[in-house]
Design a protein around this ligand. Structure first.
Ligand SMILES: [Zn+2]
Length: 225
């Protein structure tokens, strides 16, 4: 007999999950909350690229060549970087949240293989969903640091000194990526390339669709329910 009252669900929070969603849907905020509250390690492809490039590893040098030419880093390189991270024994303890990976079905299949090798499985894949115009409004006004990758917002999160990064003192820019017309195009491209990934996970039955338009706390509660 359970001692817990019926109105207090005792959900076990997920420990290995993937966040999928278009740019601006709040994946970064959500990974930060999951890290802070559940102690999960956050793995974002952008962060890992920057780390490998800074450490000047072979993978980093390869990735840099593509990024410098404004091209997407090929699947093989991205998968290898992610696999390297997931093999870190500490991640087995902490659990993880993947943000921005997998982006294609090929990457999703590769991730399944890596996790199979590690005798781990995903607890769930969360698709964060918000109407397009809400995203456009959120992203307009974003300014980013070209050196450390920190993101600010002219209204919601202004830097202490205008135009200068709080973390590393480098100049801030409105990224080409954050102009409204570019945002709409990025969302279109996201759905075109990532919709198959969502279908892939719908079949493996770990997919949860979450309406992320009601603020981070509600989204967090839905993910942990
Ligand atoms: Zn910075």
């Amino acid at each position: 007999m359970s001692q817990l009252p019926a109105d207090q669900p005792h959900a076990i929070p997920p420990r290995r999950l993937v966040l999928v969603g278009p740019p601006g849907v709040g994946k970064g905020t959500m990974s930060a909350l999951l890290k802070e509250r559940l102690g999960l390690r956050t793995l974002s492809s952008g962060e890992i690229f920057r780390h490998e490039i800074e450490m000047q590893t072979d993978l980093g040098r390869m990735a840099k060549r593509y990024i410098d030419h404004g091209e997407l880093v090929p699947n093989g390189v991205t998968i290898e970087m992610m696999s390297k991270q997931l093999h870190d024994p500490q991640i087995k303890q902490s659990g993880f949240v993947l943000d921005g990976f997998p982006r294609t079905v090929k990457q999703a299949e590769a991730l399944d293989e890596v996790l199979f090798e590690l005798e781990q499985g995903l607890d769930k894949v969360v698709s964060l969903e918000v109407p397009q115009e809400v995203i456009v409004q959120r992203l307009t006004g974003r300014i980013g640091c070209t050196k450390c990758g920190e993101i600010y917002h002219s209204k919601n999160k202004p830097p202490k000194r205008e135009g200068v990064c709080d973390r590393c003192n480098s100049p801030l820019f409105v990224r080409e990526d954050d102009r409204p017309e570019t945002i709409r195009e990025r969302i279109r491209v996201f759905w075109e390339t990532t919709a198959p990934v969502i279908e892939y996970y719908a079949k493996t039955s770990t997919l949860q669709r979450v309406d992320a338009s009601h603020g981070p706390e509600n989204t967090y509660a839905a993910i942990c329910s």
